[in-house]
Write a new protein. Structure first.
Length: 326
């Protein structure tokens, strides 16, 4: 990896979004919405981090890695009215993220960053996905292809293979997604009966705060706790999580249930691959590291007496500096 030299137009703004999540400068980062988990209330029965993670998956899920088309390219913005994308979550995620859209931060990079924040902010930092920049926004919709719960297992296997994931990785990726949020009766009345409060049936019992993103979804599946509406729902046809988690005889989901660290590690690896799935011709940067010494808001004023006044801020990251000294 090459040594960082300030300034770098490609990565400086995204570096701030990634590493200035709290305090001075934090207004520049979409993290202000969802880190820590549920920082902002998105409304009854809703979880902002879950919506952002689902948005990233639905943007990626139309990828065809052999053809080199689709992936994280913000084409979801043109696809929200498709029947494979029900729910207000997609539009609202895109509206939230669009506030951070600049020539130096594409919508596609922001969607990927949203997934990084969702997993990180809701796992108490246990899932920290390296972030690379350089995704390019699509100019129109991509092919359809987001998996639906009523599809049979073999179609899901084919669909994940098109997206670049093996049948075993499919199990992992679905568990890593369905540890957050749940199914909304307003959008899926055939799965969750419409009654109260947006009618959200969460995938597991840890759905808020710092441990929302944890292996409880796997533990409760293995223990037959009938919480997950896509595993134990009254409608057999839409129990896709059940079919997927059992598709290898329960091996992967069992390992995820047995070991929190295996769960976090699997999710870090698979979600990193998910956000780095990009169309042919797009090259991502090295993972963005915190810059040790970073100037910002610099001003040079020429005074009437001919002198010059420099002002602004310099951010110093002691940990990075210390690592260099040692
Ligand atoms: C066969 C594959 C999959 C199917 C059939 C599926 C289906 C669904 C359905 C029906 C919902 C309910 C949506 C709602 O009511 O708002 C949902 C929610 C969700 N899915 Fe998936 N999903 C799949 C894979 C994935 C993957 C791979 C991820 C991410 C890695 C993911 C992330 C999520 C998240 C975070 C939610 C919760 C959204 C919220 O609470 O607002 N899903 N999924």
């Amino acid at each position: 990896e090459s040594e960082y030299i300030w300034p770098n137009a490609k990565t400086d703004l995204l570096e701030s979004m990634l590493y200035e999540q709290q305090g001075l400068g934090s207004g520049n980062s979409p993290a202000t919405f969802i880190v820590p988990c549920e920082k902002v209330n998105f409304g009854t029965g809703r979880n902002g981090a879950a919506e952002w993670l689902r948005t990233a998956y639905h943007d990626m899920a139309t990828a065809d890695v052999v053809a080199g088309t689709g992936g994280i390219d913000a084409s979801i913005g043109f696809e929200v009215n498709r029947d494979e994308n029900p729910g207000v979550g997609f539009n609202e995620t895109l509206v939230n993220l669009a506030a951070f859209l600049t020539p130096r931060s594409s919508m596609a990079d922001l969607i990927a960053l949203g997934a990084v924040f969702a997993a990180n902010g809701c796992s108490n930092g246990n899932v920290t996905i390296p972030f690379r920049a350089g995704r390019v926004d699509a100019k129109g919709p991509g092919a359809p292809g987001v998996p639906k719960p009523e599809q049979p297992l073999d179609e899901h296997i084919t669909s994940f293979q098109r997206q670049g994931f093996t049948p075993q990785e499919m199990i992992g990726l679905v568990a890593c997604g369905h540890t957050l949020g749940g199914v909304h009766g307003v959008d899926f009345p055939e799965i969750v009966p419409v009654a109260t409060d947006q009618n959200t049936q969460t995938f597991d019992t840890t759905n808020s705060g710092m441990n929302a993103f944890d292996n409880t979804v796997a533990v409760q599946f293995v223990n037959n706790v009938t919480q997950n509406p896509l595993a134990f729902g009254h409608n057999e046809t839409t129990n896709s999580d059940g079919r997927i988690f059992n598709s290898d005889g329960g091996e992967v989901i069992g390992k995820m249930a047995d070991s929190p660290s295996y769960f976090y590690q699997t999710c870090t690896t698979l979600l990193e691959r998910m956000i780095n799935t990009v169309p042919k011709g797009v090259t991502l940067t090295d993972p963005i590291q915190p810059i040790a010494v970073k100037p910002s808001k610099l001003f040079a004023t020429i005074n009437s007496n001919g002198t010059m006044t420099m002002s602004g801020s310099i951010r110093v990251c002691y940990l990075v500096l210390l690592r260099r000294v040692i």
